[in-house]
Design a protein around this ligand. Structure first.
Ligand SMILES: NC(=O)c1ccc[n+]([C@@H]2O[C@H](COP(=O)([O-])OP(=O)(O)OC[C@H]3O[C@@H](n4cnc5c(N)ncnc54)[C@H](O)[C@@H]3O)[C@@H](O)[C@H]2O)c1
Length: 442
């Protein structure tokens, strides 16, 4: 690849995007960035992946996947067909016609937005931005980030947004492990800084993704993503609030939700669980809470849902303590087998997993904790938690050897008949088993 010797005008960029001649740069090759690279490559574009993590670059170079649900064959194919290159050398960004940012946006220790990854990425890219490029931010963030953080940086390079350079925000809606939708088939919301930017943004995404949904501004696009995740967090919070109530009333909440879901309009089923997990739902809503303070507003639903959802691991542990007590055992010294440590079923992602919180609380109270999860041969190293554990394969002996078994993540790979047949005491946080003498809903 050679550096471009001339800037491209608006029309030229549109043409290159529409003709699939554009070089698509994707920055941040994680759960969002890697499938995006492959989607563009499979639609006929050449793709340049940029990351600071050399191990990912090496894996791509070798045609190997480092994410469980992404088939390495796709990477191999893209490599063999000259569609995908990956590097840590940000100077190559100058060659790209489009730069799509998919870097993390976590919360800091005060539960406030941590934009350091976006800022670091922009600092690394800035010397290589040039006229005729489009920059799209996909990381989840609060409304205003694109205009307040990215725009001034781009303009500091003498580039004119909407004339020589194009800036858009388009939230990622990746749902790892979803068998029905993938990057190419999930409609893509997108808002540009100016109408020319929006036009370029449509051209950037319309070839690769089945439906592009333009909105009037980058702020509207940013808020759309937060609304989706807030809607989910609040509704799961509502179910988690009703869970202990239904339990005390002797009502099966899952039966109720399933019955309510037969209403053909006006009801969307959400399910309770052991707490929220993943990179998005426990985190993203607080991006809006933080931004709302600037406007003198409070987001009470978000705070309340957060409070209820984060109390769930303690609820699961309390139900375990009570259930063991019923059979004359203290939690201290009891063997507890936790089934599933991924934050949701059928994936190998543990970020913010409530299972970890449950395991931590159990261990604090003196339980002997083991886990079984086919996606993790060993308990991964985490920033805030340390378990020197390896996977306990699911077996009749392992189940029967535990004083309590907690179903935390209901992977399809688990043998549920085996679990039901051999668990002496089963704490079910996912509504998989009918409540009974040995089964406690939590
Ligand atoms: N994972 C999901 O399912 C999902 C879904 C929707 C939206 N999102 C959002 O997408 C964004 C990315 O999430 P993810 O799950 O892909 O994260 P991830 O941690 O899997 O990947 C991020 C990648 O960015 C790289 N990176 C970090 N700093 C960098 C820098 N300065 N320059 C270049 N690369 C850098 C990391 O090495 C990593 O490979 C986040 O804002 C997240 O909220 C994620």
């Amino acid at each position: 690849m050679t550096a471009p010797s001339y800037p491209k005008a608006h029309a030229e960029l549109l043409e290159r995007l529409r003709q699939r001649q554009a070089l698509i740069g994707v920055v941040g090759l994680g759960y969002v960035g890697l499938p995006l690279c492959l989607t563009y490559a499979e639609k006929g574009y050449r793709v340049l992946g940029l990351d600071i993590d050399q191990s990912k670059i090496s894996a791509i170079g070798e045609g190997r996947s480092y994410i469980q649900h992404i088939d390495g064959g796709r990477i191999k194919w893209a490599r063999q067909n000259g569609r995908l290159e990956a590097t840590t050398n940000f100077a190559c960004a100058a060659e790209a016609d489009a730069l799509i940012l998919c870097v993390p946006t976590p919360l800091n220790q005060y539960r406030e937005p941590d934009l350091s990854f976006i800022r670091d990425t922009m600092a690394a890219l800035l010397p290589y931005l040039r006229a005729g490029q489009v920059l799209s931010l996909e990381s989840t963030t609060y409304p205003g980030t694109t205009e307040e953080e990215l725009r001034p940086l781009v303009e500091s390079q003498g580039l004119v947004i909407g004339e020589t350079f194009f800036l858009v925000y388009s939230p990622e809606r990746e749902d790892p492990g979803n068998a029905h939708f993938n990057t190419a088939t999930i409609p893509k919301v997108m808002g540009g800084s100016t109408s020319a930017c929006t036009e370029v943004g449509v051209a950037l995404y319309e070839q690769a993704i089945s439906e592009v949904v333009p909105v009037s501004s980058t702020q509207a696009a940013e808020m759309t993503k937060l609304l989706e995740n807030i809607h989910r967090a609040v509704n799961i919070g509502l179910m988690n609030e009703l869970k202990p109530l239904a339990d005390r009333m002797g009502i099966d909440l899952y039966e109720v939700i399933r019955a309510a879901a037969t209403k053909p309009f006006g009801f969307v089923p959400y399910y309770p669980g052991p707490g929220l997990g993943g990179h998005c739902i426990p985190i993203d809503p607080f991006y809006l809470t933080w931004k709302a303070r600037e406007f003198g507003m409070h987001t009470r639903f978000i705070e309340l849902a957060g409070e209820i959802n984060t109390a769930m691991p303690a609820y699961v542990v309390q139900k375990t303590v009570d259930a063991l007590n019923e059979v004359g055992k203290p939690l201290k010294g009891s063997r507890v087998l936790v089934l599933g440590i991924a934050y949701k079923k059928n994936i190998d992602d543990m970020r913010e997993s409530p299972s970890v919180e449950v395991m931590e609380l159990l261990r604090e109270k003196g339980a002997k904790v083991q886990y079984s999860d086919p996606f993790f041969a060993a308990f991964p190293r985490m920033r805030r938690h340390a378990f020197e554990l390896s996977n306990t394969p699911l077996s009749a002996e392992a189940l029967a050897g535990a004083d309590a078994v907690i179903l935390a993540t209901d992977h399809d790979a688990f043998d549920y008949e085996l679990i039901a047949a051999h668990s002496r005491l089963l704490i079910d946080t996912r509504g998989r088993f009918a409540p009974g003498a040995q089964v406690v809903r939590a």
